[in-house]
Write a protein that binds this ligand. Structure first.
Ligand SMILES: Cc1cc2nc3c(=O)[nH]c(=O)nc-3n(C[C@H](O)[C@H](O)[C@H](O)COP(=O)(O)O)c2cc1C
Length: 167
């Protein structure tokens, strides 16, 4: 039997290899703990899961200061970022930079606001949390969605922001 835990494995090279997969970028928002208002985090692990029932997922690092708040939140909102959202994405990827103060937001029915000018917004009720190594996978049931604007998406590839190459 192979002892997987004692095989040499280059985590840095693994991360770089994963970065060869280009993704879009989303911001996930949820109610903050205690008296703090809503918070956000930049995420590229977002994926669609199921059409019926409508399910999506994203994963949060257990080491994130925002981990327990997002895992404990009964609802979260996912905003798909446009190419014009690079500054917002940078800000909400900053260590400890969780607040939505000063950002232009759109109200939602479930509560956590969306980012204005997003390409699509999914209002989710937390359906399941799965422990997965150093991340927690949050599966959300989409209760509402809307598309605030059309346009080009923000792309993340090999550790850098990029645009979508058009024919
Ligand atoms: C493009 C991009 C995608 C990211 N995707 C994720 C993600 O899917 N899950 C995650 O936990 N952190 C992700 N991060 C990191 C977080 O945005 C953030 O930097 C980190 O949680 C900061 O730590 P803190 O939450 O303790 O302040 C991503 C960062 C960038 C720039």
């Amino acid at each position: 039997m192979i002892d997987f835990d004692n095989q040499p494995f280059d985590t840095r090279a693994f991360r770089d290899a994963l970065g060869c997969y280009p993704t879009g970028v989303v911001v996930v928002t949820a109610a903050g703990q205690g008296k703090s208002s809503h918070i956000g985090i930049t995420v590229n692990s977002f994926t669609s899961v199921s059409l019926d029932p409508p399910l999506v997922l994203w994963a949060i690092d257990r080491r994130s200061r925002r981990h327990d708040t997002f895992v404990g939140a009964p609802a979260f909102t996912i905003s798909i970022l446009s190419a014009d959202h690079r500054a917002v994405s940078l800000r909400l990827a900053g260590a400890g930079e969780h607040s939505l103060d000063g950002l232009t937001l759109l109200p939602t029915v479930l509560g956590p606001p969306a980012l204005s000018d997003s390409l699509a917004v999914f209002e989710c009720a937390r359906a399941q949390v799965v422990d997965a190594g150093d991340h927690s996978v949050l599966i959300g049931r989409v209760l509402r969605f809307f598309r605030p604007q059309t346009g080009a998406p923000l792309i993340y590839f090999q550790g850098r922001y990029s645009g979508l190459a058009q024919d």
